[in-house]
Design a binder for this molecule. Structure first.
Ligand SMILES: [Fe+2]
Ligand SMILES: [Fe+2]
Length: 348
């Protein structure tokens, strides 16, 4: 019967020529090679189905520790052949990494059975490691595909918002850029900063539910119209909440909280300080800054420095002062972003 393990050779590390061992294993159909202690590097260099260490005349423990320490043989079965009269040496060799041991004088049949069992065990272990590694790769692919679908969903929601307001796309891109700058200035990881930036692009998605007569009104809004606009936070949250996607959950949190104020005078829930989610506090700074520097039907865009001074003046009242400091720490990046993507408002 052919064994799967027959594809890999058996290495025998021995100070002599262990004919009995070699003949017993070759009778099973295994390619078997004998190596002197000085040739141990040759064993380290190639995969083996099994390594047999013949302790007679060898200092076996350090040799076995050396083989075990070599990554290729981390999980290769090691069979120790030792005299039954040297229990201390046998114990030390077992502790050094032997998978099993067999005593001299050798029984060829016992050697064959032990060797076969160890090889089968090694194959099963290698197979399960290979399956686990394939599973990890597959999981990474599935996660990457899910992430890509999330990005596409978000992009399409941005497009939907753009249909309602031709300022939306530019505004969203700049808010995302400023949000990254603030998040990085706060010391968040690159992944966290990117997630907040991507989720920030949906902060005003609730505005698609606001009637045009209010959303696009050029003049000042009355109290009822202001309340209608304010509802975009709650409606945006309703559109995004309840998803299993962490990114959409974050987007729902930002949609609901980006008009809250540090001093508790914001909306919709008048949260204050750190009761406002961190992502909402970040996007609040980015959103107001971009709104100030952007031209609208009813106003000119402010110079960047004037908008920056407004943030400084309102740190601790409207804005989380730590987020404002983080924003200022990345000021050069913000200026570059605003130059690359200036507000492109054109009156209809
Ligand atoms: Fe908003
Ligand atoms: Fe906005």
């Amino acid at each position: 019967m052919a064994y799967e393990g027959a594809g890999l050779p058996i290495a025998v590390l021995s100070a002599s020529m262990p004919l009995q061992i070699v003949l017993s294993l070759r009778a099973l159909g295994y390619e078997t090679h004998v190596f002197q202690p000085s040739e141990v590097a040759l064993i380290e260099g190639g995969p083996c189905a099994l390594v047999i260490v013949d302790a007679e005349g060898l200092d076996a423990p350090p040799l076995m520790r050396g083989l075990r320490g070599f990554c290729r043989h981390e999980s290769t079965p090691l069979l120790l052949v030792a005299s039954g009269k040297a229990p201390a040496q046998r114990r030390e060799a077992l502790e050094a990494g032997a998978s099993d041991m067999i005593e001299r004088p050798l029984d060829p049949l016992e050697l064959q059975v032990r060797a076969r069992n160890l090889i089968d065990l090694g194959l099963a272990r290698r197979e399960s490691q290979r399956a686990a590694s394939l599973l990890r790769m597959r999981m990474a692919e599935v996660e990457a595909a899910a992430r890509e679908r999330e990005r596409e969903t978000i992009h399409r929601l941005m497009l939907a918002a753009e249909f309602r307001d031709d300022q939306a796309a530019d505004h969203l891109t700049r808010v995302a850029g400023c949000s990254i700058a603030i998040a990085e200035g706060l010391g968040l990881s690159e992944d966290e900063a990117n997630d907040i930036a991507l989720a920030s692009t949906m902060h005003d998605i609730g505005k698609i539910s606001v009637p045009d007569r209010v959303l696009l009104k050029a003049g000042p809004l009355d109290a009822e119209e202001q309340e209608e606009i304010r509802q975009h936070t709650v409606r945006g949250h309703m559109m995004l909440a309840g998803s299993s996607s962490q990114l959409l959950q974050l987007a729902a949190q930002i949609a609901l909280s980006h008009h809250e104020r540090w001093d508790g005078k914001g909306y919709p829930h008048r949260l204050a300080g750190e009761a406002i989610p961190m992502a909402g506090r970040i996007v609040a700074v980015a959103d107001v800054f971009d709104a100030l520097v952007s031209e609208r039907a009813y106003k000119k865009g402010w110079p960047l420095e004037k908008a920056r001074d407004h943030l400084i003046a309102n740190a601790g009242s409207h804005f989380d002062p730590v987020c404002v400091d983080a924003f200022l720490s990345r000021w050069e990046d913000v200026v570059l972003l605003m130059r690359e993507r200036p507000s492109t408002y054109k009156a209809a």
